[in-house]
Design a protein around this ligand. Structure first.
Ligand SMILES: Nc1ncnc2c1ncn2[C@@H]1O[C@H](COP(=O)(O)OP(=O)(O)OP(=O)(O)O)[C@@H](O)[C@H]1O
Ligand SMILES: [Mg+2]
Length: 323
């Protein structure tokens, strides 16, 4: 039995999925409790979408078992589908249909009884702040509105569990905050939500997260507990110019003076065993390379630092360079 704990709304054990030679999901175990916002967090190709598609019973697993709301993924997939909303990564609204018509379309797909539709649609439009826009074609909406309409379409049958695959990728930060407010409200109303994201600021908003990498879960826990796994000390370094910052990164990597050197916008995060000693020696050392340090201070690890650390422990490269 996959789910021997009734508080677990979503459970997976030993999930495996390959596409030809690619092992997209490699023995994943996870459990999500009722009322949680649970984040699948990881870079491109980590296996988030594949995991979610298996949990939503859209894609059969090669091995392993799942249960959602106590239903068995193998024998009761239809039951699961009735009770979940699944918003795929490339969720498509019908651009030439109006907002209201899109909702009607999904009411049909999700087989919402006709007598309930009008009321539900009205509520959802008000709830998503789209009532004023219901006559517009979906193509005419802003990115944030499209995203809220997509979510509303997946709530029309009042699912107890929501799977949202990168729902806010490509949406501006304000719309993203707005969207997360809606997710928090859904949680208050008792929904259980699994959301995937490559963004660490979204990961911070989840009750618990699973860091996914190369088809595996590196760790799972609250954002605070995950950050506690970081070992070492961190320094933030800024240099006089961006060119100097890049030169510092290249030099420190080449010389392998530190456990890790990561670039974050206009700063480097340096991982060291001894922050004090590093802070004492480094400016002089870099000065001799023609690099002037303007700022060097100890900082606590972020989720991103912890992800890079765990990937390093697992013998990989986080591949995240956002300079
Ligand atoms: N239908 C498919 N056919 C072949 N390979 C696939 C298929 N779906 C996924 N893959 C591969 O499986 C791996 C995991 O892909 P997946 O889409 O699950 O990752 P992801 O974490 O969702 O990435 P992204 O953040 O880019 O959406 C990748 O190497 C991908 O190329
Ligand atoms: Mg994906």
């Amino acid at each position: 039995m996959v789910n021997d704990n009734p508080a677990m709304i979503i459970a997976a054990r030993g999930l495996v999925k390959s596409f030809g030679p690619i092992r997209a999901v490699d023995h994943i175990d996870l459990q999500v409790e009722k009322g949680e916002i649970f984040g699948l967090v990881g870079p491109d190709g980590a296996g988030k979408t594949t995991t979610m598609r298996m949990l939503a019973t859209i894609l059969p697993a090669d091995a392993g078992a799942i249960s959602v709301l106590g239903y068995d993924g193998r024998t009761e997939a239809e039951r699961i589908k009735e009770h979940i909303g699944y918003m795929p990564q490339r969720f498509s609204l019908y651009g030439d249909l109006t907002v209201a018509e899109n909702l009607e379309f999904y009411a049909e797909i999700y087989e919402v009884p006709r007598r309930l539709r009008e009321q539900r649609q009205k509520e959802l439009l008000a709830w998503a702040n789209l009532s004023q826009h219901s006559y517009k074609q979906a193509d005419q909406l802003s990115g944030g509105m499209k995203q809220k309409l997509a979510l509303a379409c997946n709530l029309i049958h009042e699912p107890a569990v929501l799977f949202l695959d990168e729902p806010s990728t490509g949406v501006d930060p304000v719309a993203r905050r707005d969207f997360w407010r809606i997710l928090f409200r859904l949680r208050e109303e008792g929904a259980t939500i699994m959301v995937s994201t490559p963004y660490m600021d979204e990961a911070e908003r989840c009750d618990r997260i699973a860091f996914t990498y190369n088809g595996r879960i590196l760790t799972c826990g609250t954002p605070a507990a995950v950050k506690n796994l970081f070992r070492g000390q961190l320094l933030l370094l800024r240099a006089e110019t961006i060119a100097m910052l890049h030169a510092a990164r290249d030099y420190l990597r080449r010389e392998q003076l530190l456990a890790d050197v990561l670039i974050y916008g206009d700063a480097l995060h340096l991982v060291t065993d001894d922050a004090l000693e590093t802070a004492r020696l480094l400016p002089g050392l870099l000065e001799r390379q023609g690099i002037r340090v303007t700022h060097l201070q100890p900082i606590p690890p972020s989720l991103e630092d912890t992800f890079a650390y765990l990937v390093r422990q697992a013998g990989g490269f986080a591949g995240r360079e956002s300079s």
